[in-house]
Ligand binder design. Structure first.
Ligand SMILES: Cc1cc2nc3c(=O)[nH]c(=O)nc-3n(C[C@H](O)[C@H](O)[C@H](O)COP(=O)(O)O)c2cc1C
Length: 371
């Protein structure tokens, strides 16, 4: 019998042939220019006009009271200023996290500050929270707000806002609540970034006593916030992690993101840029961040929503994170290398894997690898 090929499958096949060449072309530019080019193309609708892949119902899930069409989200840092939210949703991401945003606009660190480690499937960045500030981010989200209809934007998938602090003049106990107050009406969830390695002193906010003071100030000043998550560094020690999980569980935090980039440098990195200062993401981060996810899953005993982020390159990597306790996942580096076709590829691989495991929904596999 002849197999019918739908238009969307046809489009997907065409894209998967064209994009490798297109992405090769993008790599001729320096990485930050390539990134900006991708954002502009998305905004102008030059790439990813529509989601070529209708999400299989087996990929849908619920977390934090929100519905997600699939577990593959775009991580923070790609769309820092919320310029391409609806375009990213049309590409097929199941959730979108914008930011990191800070109270005031700031230029970030001097360039160059973004490095491709091609041989390692990795990136090192020391962007330093370059962004337009919370006011302009809110104005962007206001343009696409969708009040009173499930999720809060026209993206029709959950949109999280990741917030941080400025390099100069920061006061975390003031700045996190202030930004939460401004962005709560547009955000389906909010992430407190305490883990970027490129803002001096930021990771010190992960010290449990300090974190507790900030969380208490949020609760005091902005008690009616959307679900709140904390994004952690993969470089925390086990003892620190235990104390942090206890603090967040006692202070109105709904979940954790495991993990941000690492300042460690595995011995087997091969690329020339491997010793550039900054946060390492992509393939070399995968195992480290999944191990931390598993530890947190055991410590939190199902009481926290967990997002797995770090080194995802295929459907098996997504499933590995879910089996180690993640509710859903996020990726960035592989998207920077492969472009939009990677989203459909990963979702297709996931659907095949779910059939092999003979489950109806992906959530049935949550935590099954935790011993
Ligand atoms: C260029 C770049 C910029 C990033 N910027 C941010 C950021 O602003 N805030 C944040 O929380 N994480 C940021 N991240 C970390 C990612 O959100 C993600 O957690 C990390 O890269 C691990 O996922 P990956 O291995 O799939 O890239 C950034 C990552 C990269 C590569």
């Amino acid at each position: 019998m002849q197999k019918k090929i739908s238009l969307s499958q046809f489009e997907e096949s065409v894209f998967s042939v064209i994009y490798p060449y297109l992405m090769k072309g993008v790599r001729l530019f320096n990485p930050e220019f390539g990134h900006n080019l991708a954002l502009v193309s998305l905004r102008l609708g030059l790439c990813g006009g529509k989601n070529p892949w209708q999400d299989d119902p087996s990929l849908s899930l619920q977390a934090m009271g929100l519905k997600f069409p699939n577990p593959v989200g775009i991580a923070a840092g790609f769309d820092k200023n919320a310029l391409a939210v609806t375009a990213l949703a049309r590409l097929g991401f199941g959730s979108i996290e914008v930011g990191t945003v800070t109270p005031k606009p700031q230029p970030g660190n001097p360039k160059p500050r973004l490095f491709r480690l091609m041989k390692d499937g990795a990136v090192i960045n020391r962007m330093g929270f370059n962004n337009n500030g919370i006011q302009r981010l809110c104005a962007q989200l206001a343009k696409i707000s969708n009040v009173g209809n499930g999720v809060k934007t026209q993206a029709n998938v959950p949109v999280g806002v990741n917030i941080g602090i400025n390099k100069i003049g920061a006061c975390p106990e003031r700045d996190y609540p202030l930004q939460i107050g401004l962005v709560s009406r547009y955000a389906d969830y909010i992430v407190l970034n305490f883990s970027s390695p490129n803002t001096p002193g930021l990771r010190d906010l992960q010290q449990p006593q300090r974190m507790e003071i900030i969380l208490q100030s949020i609760q005091q000043l902005q008690p009616n916030h959307p679900p709140l998550l904390v994004k952690l560094s993969p470089d925390l020690l086990d003892a620190e992690l235990e104390a942090i999980v206890e603090v967040v569980m006692n202070n109105h935090v709904t979940g954790l993101i495991l993990t941000n980039t690492t300042v460690s440098r595995p011995d087997n990195l091969q690329s020339d840029f491997r010793y550039e200062p900054g946060g390492l993401s992509g393939r070399p981060l995968r195992q480290k961040s999944t191990e931390m996810l598993a530890k947190v899953a055991k410590l939190s005993q199902g009481k926290l929503t967990l997002i797995g982020s770090g080194g995802i390159e295929n459907g098996a990597d997504v499933l590995e994170k879910i089996m180690h306790g993640a509710d859903f996942t996020q990726l960035y580096t592989v998207f920077a290398y492969e472009g939009p076709p990677v989203i459909s590829r990963i979702k297709r691989e996931l659907v095949t894997l779910l059939k092999q495991y003979q489950v109806r929904t992906i959530s049935e596999l949550k935590g099954v690898a935790l011993s």
